[in-house]
Design a protein around this ligand. Structure first.
Ligand SMILES: C[S@@+](CC[C@H](N)C(=O)[O-])C[C@H]1O[C@@H](n2cnc3c(N)ncnc32)[C@H](O)[C@@H]1O
Length: 273
């Protein structure tokens, strides 16, 4: 079992909690600068750990909130940074809307790899409660977030995020600057909720995207026909795969289809039942 010691605290590293601690101050400085965080912001840091990013955020903002799941690390933060509001909890369980009651949050974090996707979806669902999120994650996941059509990285994650947020890949971070060293490289991304979104019903759109990409090699027709009425969609589009369509085209397609009422037989290719 790997143990990491810093100041007065030693922990047995929990892989499950993605505990790879940043050791390079240039990187933490770059993350905080890229986030645009300032003294007036209501900042939320996910997973402060031993405070590598925390102390850098403190350089620009005197008081903010951190959420840490690990009990020993929460105790470390409590002792080292008494000026912070510490929430000792699982980020996935906290009520972001309530936390943002006084104004939207600027989120920062070197987030645990194992729950990157649930964290992203939580931020997406609560996008009205955030001004931006600047997050370090596994490089491969970051590449999927900013992927463009007809690439192998382009899928549900890219479409969902890019529909509702402006997502940017900021910079890559090599594995050597972490303790313990992970087996993968990392990258920092930023996501900023869009003011005007082409889609009104986010939940229905999410179901649609999941269905459209359900089997990547299948055409849109084959993926969608059992769940949606497709008469309004042209033949040419239905012959394509979801991965060929841009974010805008997928939103347009979503507006043309209607969920198939329960018990209705699927539509034939020519529009007949
Ligand atoms: C990759 S480490 C980053 C630590 C520190 N911010 C740094 O950059 O060195 C991830 C941190 O998130 C914490 N963590 C893991 N799962 C969490 C969860 N569900 N909610 C809140 N914190 C979590 C871990 O204990 C750890 O401190």
């Amino acid at each position: 079992m790997t143990r990491v010691e810093y100041k007065h605290t030693e922990i047995a590293v929990k892989k499950k909690l993605g505990q790879n601690f940043l050791t390079d101050r240039n990187i933490t400085r770059k993350i905080v600068a890229a986030s645009g965080a300032g003294s007036q912001d209501r900042i939320l840091e996910i997973g402060p750990g031993f405070g590598a990013l925390t102390r850098e955020i403190l350089e620009v903002c005197p008081a903010f909130t951190v959420v840490e799941k690990d009990r020993a690390l929460a105790a470390f933060i409590r002792q080292e940074y008494p000026q912070l509001q510490l929430i000792e909890a699982d980020f996935l369980d906290i009520d972001l809307e309530r936390l943002a009651a006084g104004g939207p949050l600027r989120v920062l974090g070197n987030i645990p790899y194992s729950i990157t996707t649930p964290i992203l979806f939580k931020l997406l669902e609560n996008r009205r409660s955030i001004t931006s999120a600047t997050l370090m994650m596994q490089h491969e996941v970051a590449a999927r977030l900013v992927a463009t059509p007809s690439t192998k990285e382009y899928g549900i994650l890219a479409v969902q995020l890019q529909t509702f947020c402006d997502v940017r890949y900021l910079f890559k971070v090599g594995r050597k600057v972490f303790r313990p060293q992970p087996n993968v490289d990392s990258a920092v991304i930023s996501m900023v909720p869009k003011k005007n979104v082409a889609v009104e019903d986010a939940q229905a759109f999410s179901r649609f995207v999941r269905t459209a990409f359900h089997q990547r090699r299948k055409t849109l027709y084959n993926n969608l026909k059992d769940a949606y009425m497709l008469q309004a969609v042209d033949e040419g589009t239905l012959k394509l795969r979801a991965e060929a369509l841009s974010i805008e085209k997928l939103a347009d397609l979503f507006k043309l289809v209607q969920p198939l009422p329960a018990g209705e037989p699927p539509m034939k290719r020519d529009g007949r039942r």
